[in-house]
Design a binder for this molecule. Sequence first.
Ligand SMILES: *Cc1c(COP(=O)(O)O)cnc(C)c1O
Length: 232
Amino acid sequence: MNTREQEQLKERWEAVSSDVADAARTAGRDPAELTLIVVTKFHSADLVRALASLGAAHFGENRHQEAETKAAATNDLDITWHFVGQLQSNKVRAVRRYASVVHSLDRPSALNAFTRASDDGTGATDCLIQVNLTDDLQRGGVSDSDLESFAEAALSSPGVRVRGVMGVAALGAEPRSEFARLRQASERLRALEPSATWISGGMSADFGDAVLEGATHLRIGTAITGNRPSHG
Ligand SMILES: *Cc1c(COP(=O)(O)O)cnc(C)c1O
């Protein structure tokens, strides 16, 4: 990164950090309740390094191969990696090695994979149950009607520690009502497990609405990183 890129990154990081704090205060919440995760997909390890030097502590990636490489290239930094993308069961063992939190738990086969992977004594992984906020069953996430049964399976699964729920608002939908659905899913999960309080929702375009509906973890990419390099 050249000096100008670094200056622009610093400006965006500071602007978004202060917008997130403002959103918390608008919602009558303490900014310290919020975890800001910078989603760095398609960006270099150097950008992660630059953000860490500005004070960013949490980073997110959505594709295993890229995440693994970037985490290895920055393993001297004191940062926490979150895996936020679709999770294939055969990648679970490898994802656990660098990711402290997996946001995209949504299928029973992944539960089995976490159980097998935790056999080595490394213990359970912090996970969020991804819920499908739309009526489109093609999209990732547990459907509304399956939430309790999947949550019960996850809660009794030794390889995962269920910390809460995660959702992605659909493009073109009204974000506030999508995040209200996510909050309802959180309430249903907490009826089964009161300690599962995390709510991961809110991206560059809609984090204000997510904070109003109780999000605790924001996954923000382009508003901080700038546009993603085109990918070929
Ligand atoms: C890319 C991505 C984000 C960040 O999106 P932006 O619009 O760039 O803020 C958040 N969550 C997930 C699951 C993503 O894949």
